[in-house]
Design a protein around this ligand. Sequence first.
Ligand code: FEO
Ligand code: CA
Ligand code: CA
Length: 685
Amino acid sequence: MKDYQNDYPDHTQSPDYEHGDEAPSNRSNNPTFFDVIEARASRRGFLMGGLAAAITGLVGVGVSTRGALAASTSPLLGFNAVPVTEDDMIHVPEGYKTQILARWGDAISGDMPAYHGANTGEEQGHQVGMHHDGQHFFPIEGESPYEGSSTDGLYVLNHEYIEPRFLHAEKYAGQELDSGAVVYHDGKRDDDEVLKEINAHGVAVFRVQKQENGDWEIIADPRNRRITGNTPMEIGGPVRGSHHVVTKYSPDGTMTRGTLNNCAHGVTPWNTYLAAEENWAGYFSNTDQEDQKPNLPREHARYGVSTNPNARYGWHHAMSGADEYLRFDASTKGASAAEDYRNEPNGFGWVVEIDPFNPDSTPVKRTHLGRFAHEGVVFAKAEAGKPIVAYAGDDARFEYIYKFVSRDVYTPGETDGAILDEGTLYVAKFNADGTGEWLALAPGRNGLTRDNGFADLADILVNTRLAADTAGATKMDRPEWGAVDPATGEVYFTLTNNTRRTEAQVDPANPRAGNQFGHIIRWREGRDDPAATSFTWDLFVIAGDVGTSRTLSGDSLDEDNIFACPDGLWFDADSRLWIQTDIGESAQNKGDLAPVGNNAMLAADPRTGEIRRFLTGPMGQEITGVCTTPDQRTMFVGVQHPGATTTPEDFAAGTLASHWPDGGDAVPRSALVVITREDGGVIGA
Ligand code: FEO
Ligand code: CA
Ligand code: CA
């Protein structure tokens, strides 16, 4: 409201902005623990692992390192660590082999258009999208997300964002362009470029099959489809039909078009896929002003809707002026919300449910899971007769971790996505004594009253971040993926980094100022009941170089496991914890981040705390997305944005930082790496 209207900067202009960064917009006065002096005094000793306490003694202290292999006691980690690398290749442990599958541009549907540098926007709509992220292998039987065929399935893959200079490589060749730049012609965008960009976003569903020779291939199938930034979607849950989502396209507020910036994902117990909308706000422009200052409603300002007339890609400047493009201009233009797209951004920031086995199904935005920079969704183990519980992180600096508990109980074979439409959304408060509380975001609870500006549940959900501010949640260091240990029910979340946290803002759950390396937090719900409103927590690992990191054993990370900026996180069926890293492209292979090399994937034993590097990736990319077939003998791993570190000058000169995976002088392409063992064994064991 007024706070935001008066001085709301365009965050894309800030010096440390990176493509994919959401605006830091949390201006609430929620206390950090160190505002309470007692908290500092009680820090030592409360954490199970003692890691936050250990951090206070790090400066200037020599830290011994030990070989993880030599001291290994973990029955879960049966491979030799791969070293840190800085080359343009995938490296996996001895005894493992890799295959490339589902590169950006590979055909999946329609006339199966072949990939080339001048594919049209329509062709892109039948091809694998760009920038692979969350993903899951659904066994072809279509009955369970985790049981069934290990050689045939529907693969569902999120596409987070795009790199226009590679998407339009032939047209843009020779121009000095950075990784987010698009080209305008007299202030307008070429329509087919815009369509190609929108169609390279979203989600891909395609059948994959293991062949006789052991290789995996994409198979034409009537269920193969692309869901894009233009696909019609239902708005479900409490926000459906509310005034917040009334647009020219949907005057009754029940529909919207497209999903954008799908980062991590979720897999429901009823065999559907959830795509999370993360850094969507910057795609929309709102140039409304009052007294020559930006004048954005709170549901835009608190999320970072752009005040730049072009926003991220200027899609609303498409030459044709077609309605599906104009909607990215969220400025007030008509006499009412039903005559313009002032509410278009309110249709984004949600979790989208997709049924991969029904190609005619319309995706549904499940609004009771909250509206924020949704990294992903992870479910607690579903038990018959108990509520469904799901966790989600808001990946922006100083944002929060959420939990949804359904009103209705789970009935296997009957429950569907509608169970996500009724229940309670909570936000996490991490207390300094190692306990925590789930604060309900519901009318009349935790200050969410009309007097405080929250009219009803739909208002709370559209303004989830402001509701969490009001409730008094704990500001975290960019919550990314979560994972639930199948053996214990403990929940792990990556906190990737937050270089803006000051000493005064340090707290036990976010224990480092200027946190460039990130950490992993975990908690156990009260009475081991996922629906509980209290929990106990500790830190699993504090990432970084050998001087500033800590594992559960109290040792520093060493040459076999040094890593930074944990992002992707996933438990396999044996409780092996897979950790994927995303050091931003401006920091990779430089300064304090140089010792950790290219982005990588590691495996950890949650009981012993041992961590071992399993895979390193090519130049300029992040490793994101991982799953296995039910037999755990084939693993799929995503490689996103190879070559993104190419400078504008080098792009103009045709000198790209990566040519992965095609090699030669090829344009780099996001792709899946399929990993198997030469002896056919379980991956990681
Ligand atoms: Fe898309 Fe938070 O990583
Ligand atoms: Ca991520
Ligand atoms: Ca990321």
